[in-house]
Design a protein around this ligand. Structure first.
Ligand code: ITT
Length: 199
C-alpha cells in the first residue's frame, strides 16, 4: 500500500481529495495525523510556487511523499484578483463573497476561472506540478449550500447551477481541483514507485 500526505489545512479540500482518491490503492494521510506540523508561510508569487512550498514542507516534516494544492479564483474584470490571495481576500467565506460581489457591482464582465495547481514532493524534493482550471461566471447573488469558499457565486460554463448547488461528486467531475488531480494521477500511475516509502 502506498501512502501520501495531503498537505492542506482546509477540510473541504481534504474531503474532495478523499473522494477523488477513493478508488485508488493509495492511503491518504492528512496533516491531522501530524498535530504539531508547523505550517509554512505561503509567500510564493504564483499558485505553482505556493503549492511547491506546501508540498515540500510537508514531505520534509512527515518524511513521506506529500502533495499540496494552491488554488483560487481569478476574475477577469478584477485583473485576475483575488487569485493567489483568494483565502486572504477577507476573513470568512461570507465576507469574501460579499466583497467580491461589491467589487463586481455594475461590471458587465463577470467571467472568472478557478485555478488549482497540485505539487507532489517525495524524497525531499518537488517531483512535479499539475495545473487544472474551470471557467465560468460570477453570479449576482450566492446560491446553494454545498462546497466551500466562492462556490455559491461561481457558475461553471455549461451548467445552470452554482458549484454550491452541485453535489460533491458532480463538482468533482469538472472542477479545477479534479482536472489537476486527473493529470497528477496519470503521472503517479506511471511513476508509482515515488510513493513506495513506508510510514
Ligand atoms: P491550504 O493552503 O491549507 O490548502 P487554503 O484554504 O488556505 O488551505 P489556498 O491557500 O489554496 O488554500 O486558498 C484557496 C482559497 O481559494 C480557498 O480558501 C477558497 O477561498 C478559494 N477556493 C479554492 N478552491 C475552491 C473551490 O473549489 N471552491 C471554492 N473556493 C475555492
Amino acid at each position: 500500500m502506498a501512502y501520501i500526505v495531503a498537505a492542506t489545512g482546509n477540510k473541504h479540500k481534504l474531503e474532495e481529495y478523499a473522494q477523488l482518491l477513493a478508488d485508488q490503492n493509495i492511503q491518504l494521510k492528512s496533516l491531522n495525523d501530524y498535530p504539531n506540523y508547523p505550517e509554512p508561510e505561503e509567500n510564493g508569487s504564483s499558485f505553482k510556487e505556493n503549492a511547491e512550498i506546501k508540498a515540500l514542507a510537508a514531505c520534509k516534516y512527515c518524511d513521506v511523499p506529500a502533495f499540496a494544492d494552491d488554488s483560487g479564483l481569478e476574475v477577469e474584470a478584477l485583473d485576475g484578483r483575488p487569485g493567489i490571495h483568494s483565502s486572504r481576500y477577507a476573513a470568512t467565506d461570507a465576507e469574501r463573497i460579499a466583497k467580491l460581489l461589491k467589487e463586481l457591482e455594475g461590471k458587465e464582465n463577470r467571467r472568472a476561472r478557478f485555478v488549482c495547481v497540485i505539487a507532489i514532493a517525495a524524497n525531499g524534493e518537488v517531483i512535479e506540478t499539475f495545473e487544472g482550471e474551470v471557467t465560468g461566471t460570477i453570479l449576482e447573488a450566492p446560491r446553494g449550500e454545498n462546497g466551500f469558499g466562492y462556490d455559491p457565486v461561481f457558475q461553471p460554463d455549461g451548467f445552470d447551477k452554482s458549484f454550491a448547488e452541485l453535489t460533491q461528486e458532480e463538482k468533482n467531475r469538472i472542477s479545477h481541483r479534479a482536472n489537476a488531480y486527473a493529470k497528477a494521477l496519470e503521472f503517479v500511475e506511471d511513476e508509482m514507485s515515488i510513493l513506495d516509502d513506508d510510514f
